[in-house]
Ligand binder design. Structure first.
Ligand code: FAD
Ligand code: NAI
Length: 469
C-alpha cells in the first residue's frame, strides 16, 4: 500500500453529517479520511432523500400547474402529458451533479475518500472492506460515526420495492400507480404522496394517530390536513395496518382501528411504508470499543462524544431531529470540538420544513408544547389571504403564527404554512438565535410586495397592531 493510512480523523459515512465533518476537518488542517460504502458520496439526503424528493416535488408541481392553473391566468397550452422516464432522468442527473460536487469538495479540502464498508476494529482502528472483498486498515486519533439511518420496517408488510415500497422505491416508481396507499402521515408520506397525486394517482394515507404530522403545531396540522384533503388526499386516521398480501392485481392491506375494532381491507396498486426512520449501526463494530446503543438504536453521546475515548457520533445515528441540516450542524460542532475549539448546536432552533404545496415550516416551540409547559404566551397570526403577493399569485392558503412570551415578548416559536414557507422561516431562525422579541421583527422594514410581509404582520399581530388585515 503506497498511501499513508494514518489520520487525525476517520469519518464513517458520507452523508450530510459525514461530508460536512470532512470538509470542516480539512479546513482546520486535520488529516482526514471519509469512508462510504454506497459507492457515491452524499448519503441518504443526496441519493435517496432530500434531493431526489425535491426534484420530483418541483417537477410534479409544475405539471399540476400546467394542467390546472395556466388557463386561469391566461396561458393556453395543450393539456400536458407526462414523460415519467424523462422526469426520472432529470432527477437522477441533478442528483449525480450534486454527488460529484461532494467528491470535488473532498479533493479540494484534501480529504482521502475510501469506497467501502467501515468497521471499527478497536480504539483508533478502522477497517475498510471494498466491494471486491479487499480490506484496508486505517489508524486514526479520532473516529466520527456518521452512518445515518434507514426506514423503519412495518411488521407484516414487507417491502419488495415493487408493490410495497419504502421512500427509496417511491422515488423511482416506473409508472404512476392508480391507487397509492401511504402508511404513515408523516413528512415522507405527505411529500411523496403529493408527488404521485399530482402525477395522477389516487392517494390514501393510513395513519395510526388521530392526526397527521405529529410534532407539527396542532392548529397548523389541522389546517394543513384540510388543504391536503381539498387537493384530493384521503386520510384514514386512527387506523393501523396489520398485514399486506401482494398478488397479480395489487396489494390487499388489512386494517383495523388503532384502538381495536372491526378489521377491513383496502386495495392498492402500490403501498408506500413511511412510518419513520431508525439509526443504522449494523456491522459497525461498536462492540469493539464498548459502545452500546440505546433502546431505539441510537448511539448515546455527550456533546458528540460516545462512551469510547476518541469515538464521536453525529447526524441521524444520534438523537435529535433526523434532518440533513441538523446532521450538518452536528458535523461542524463535533469537528470543532475535536480541533479544540468550542463547537455548539442549539437544538431548540433547528427548523423543520415539509415541502408540500403549500409548504409548512416552523422553528422553536409549538403552542401545544407551551401549553404543556404552563408558559404564558401571546399569539400573533396573519393569513396569506390578506397578503397582496399571495393574492396576486392566487396562492392564499395558509397563515403565519408567532408565539411570544406574554411578559418579555421573546419569541418562542414561528409557524408558517404557505408557498415558500421553507425560505421564509430563515428570518425567524435568525430572530430567535439573537433572542429577539416579536416587536423587533415587527419594526423591521420588509420588501413589498412579498410573502415575507405576512411574517412581519404576524409579528405585529403579537403587539396588536397588524396593519393589513
Ligand atoms: P445519511 O445521509 O443516512 O448518510 C449515512 C451514510 O453512511 C450512507 O450513505 C451510508 O451508505 C453510509 N454508511 C452507513 N454505514 C456505513 C459503514 N459502516 N461504512 C461506510 N459507510 C456507511 N432532511 C432534510 O433536512 N430535508 C429534507 O428535505 C429531507 N428529505 C428527505 C427525504 C427522504 C425521502 C428521506 C428518506 C430523508 C429526508 N431527509 C431530509 C432526512 C435526511 O436525508 C437525513 O436526515 C440525513 O441524510 C442524515 O444525514 P447523515 O449524514 O446523518 O446520514
Ligand atoms: P415521520 O416520523 O415523519 O412520520 C411517520 C408517521 O407514521 C407518523 O405520523 C406516525 O404516527 C406514523 N406511524 C408510525 N407507525 C405507524 C403504523 N404502524 N401505522 C400507521 N402509521 C404509523 O417519518 P417519515 O415520514 O417516515 O420520515 C422519516 C424522517 O425523515 C422524518 O422524521 C424526517 O426526519 C426525515 N424527512 C425529512 C423531510 C424534510 O425535512 N422535508 C422529508 C422526508 C423525510
Amino acid at each position: 500500500m503506497s498511501q499513508d493510512q494514518s489520520f487525525d480523523v476517520v469519518i464513517i459515512g458520507g452523508g450530510p453529517g459525514g461530508y460536512n465533518a470532512a470538509i470542516r476537518a480539512g479546513q482546520l488542517g486535520l488529516k482526514t479520511a471519509i469512508v462510504e460504502s454506497r459507492g457515491v458520496l452524499g448519503g441518504t439526503c443526496l441519493n435517496v432523500g432530500c434531493m431526489p424528493s425535491k426534484a420530483l416535488l418541483h417537477a410534479s408541481e409544475l405539471f399540476e400547474a400546467a394542467q390546472h392553473e395556466f388557463k386561469t391566468i391566461g396561458i393556453e397550452v395543450p393539456a400536458p402529458t407526462l414523460n415519467l422516464v424523462q422526469m426520472m432522468k432529470a432527477k437522477q442527473d441533478s442528483v449525480t451533479a450534486l454527488t460529484k460536487g461532494i467528491e470535488f469538495l473532498m479533493k479540494k479540502n484534501k480529504v482521502t475518500y475510501f469506497v467501502g464498508f467501515g468497521k471499527i476494529e478497536g480504539q483508533g482502528k478502522v477497517s475498510v472492506t471494498a466491494q471486491d472483498g479487499s480490506v484496508q486498515q486505517l489508524t486514526t486519533k479520532n473516529i466520527v460515526i456518521a452512518t445515518g439511518s434507514e426506514p423503519t420496517p412495518l411488521p407484516g408488510v414487507s417491502v419488495d420495492q415493487k408493490q410495497i415500497v419504502d421512500s427509496t422505491g417511491a422515488l423511482s416508481l416506473p409508472a404512476v400507480p392508480k391507487h397509492l396507499v401511504v402508511v404513515g402521515a408523516g413528512i415522507i408520506g405527505l411529500e411523496l404522496g403529493s408527488v404521485w397525486r399530482r402525477l395522477g394517482a389516487k392517494v390514501t394515507v393510513v395513519e395510526f394517530l388521530d392526526r397527521i404530522t405529529p410534532g407539527m403545531d396542532t392548529e397548523v396540522a389541522t389546517g394543513f390536513q384540510k388543504i391536503l384533503s381539498k387537493q384530493g388526499f384521503t386520510f384514514k386516521l386512527g387506523t393501523k395496518v396489520t398485514a399486506a398480501k401482494t398478488g397479480a392485481n395489487g396489494v390487499t392491506l388489512s386494517l383495523e382501528a388503532a384502538k381495536g375494532g372491526n378489521p377491513e381491507t383496502l386495495e392498492a396498486d402500490v403501498v408506500l411504508v413511511a412510518i419513520g426512520r431508525r439509526p443504522f449501526t449494523q456491522g459497525l463494530g461498536l462492540e469493539s470499543v464498548g459502545i452500546t446503543t440505546d433502546q431505539r438504536g441510537f448511539i448515546p453521546t455527550n456533546h458528540f462524544k460516545t462512551a469510547a475515548p476518541g469515538v464521536w457520533a453525529i447526524g441521524d445515528v444520534i438523537t435529535g431531529p433526523m434532518l440533513a441540516h441538523k446532521a450538518e450542524e452536528d458535523a461542524v460542532a463535533a469537528i470543532e470540538l475535536i480541533a479544540g475549539k468550542a463547537g455548539h448546536v442549539d437544538y431548540d432552533l433547528v427548523p423543520s420544513v415539509v415541502y408540500t404545496f403549500p409548504e409548512v415550516a416552523w422553528v422553536g416551540k409549538t403552542e401545544d408544547q407551551l401549553k404543556a409547559a404552563g408558559v404564558q404566551y401571546k399569539v400573533g397570526k396573519f393569513p396569506f389571504m390578506a397578503n397582496s403577493r399571495a393574492k396576486i399569485n392566487h396562492e392564499t392558503d395558509g397563515f403565519v403564527k408567532f408565539l411570544a412570551d406574554a411578559k418579555t415578548d421573546r419569541v418562542y416559536g414561528v409557524h408558517i404554512m404557505g408557498p415558500q414557507a421553507g425560505e421564509m422561516i430563515g428570518e425567524a431562525c435568525v430572530l430567535m438565535a439573537f433572542g429577539g422579541a416579536s416587536e423587533d421583527l415587527a419594526r423591521i422594514c420588509h420588501p413589498h410586495p412579498t410573502r415575507s410581509e405576512a411574517v412581519r404582520q404576524a409579528a405585529m399581530g403579537v403587539e396588536g397592531w397588524t396593519m393589513q388585515a
